[in-house]
Ligand binder design. Structure first.
Ligand SMILES: [Fe+2]
Ligand SMILES: [Fe+2]
Length: 135
């Protein structure tokens, strides 16, 4: 089972965003523990709701910072966020309306997306923000 561990390479040096990213990692790990367990469906659903809420809040934080400071890649970065939210709500629909629990492949997708997004788009944003004196 693919998993994800917090590592210094993910640090942006922006306190609020780093804290939210760490929380996302924690929830993803907890979600991963429910995969393949029949009795874990309700638990999975509850953790997944928390993960979506946190992700939305986190994206809003980043987007507010980008907008406020006139970040030139705002649209590109926001498109990546919106793509993830679309896929995430698809998983939620399957889980809650069709009773199909998340699978290993779904989990791997979320982990890959997060890792690539933080190391790419978020790192770039982090450099921009630290350059503007944001901590
Ligand atoms: Fe982002
Ligand atoms: Fe982020």
């Amino acid at each position: 089972m693919r998993t994800i561990e917090w590592d210094d390479k993910f640090i942006l040096k922006i306190e609020k965003l780093d804290h939210q990213h760490k929380e996302m990692f924690d929830l993803l790990c907890r979600l991963g523990e429910t995969i393949g367990k029949k009795e874990g469906k309700d638990r999975q659903s509850a953790i997944y709701d928390d993960l979506i809420d946190l992700t939305q809040t986190h994206f809003e934080s980043e987007e507010e910072m980008m907008e406020r400071l006139g970040y030139s890649d705002y649209q590109l970065h926001t498109d990546e966020h919106n793509f993830l939210l679309e896929v995430a709500s698809n998983f939620k629909e399957k889980l809650e309306l069709k009773g199909q629990p998340m699978r290993e492949g779904d989990m791997a997708f979320l982990l890959d997306w997060l890792e690539i997004h933080i190391l790419g788009a978020d790192k770039k944003l982090g450099e921009f923000l630290t350059g503007r004196g944001v901590k």
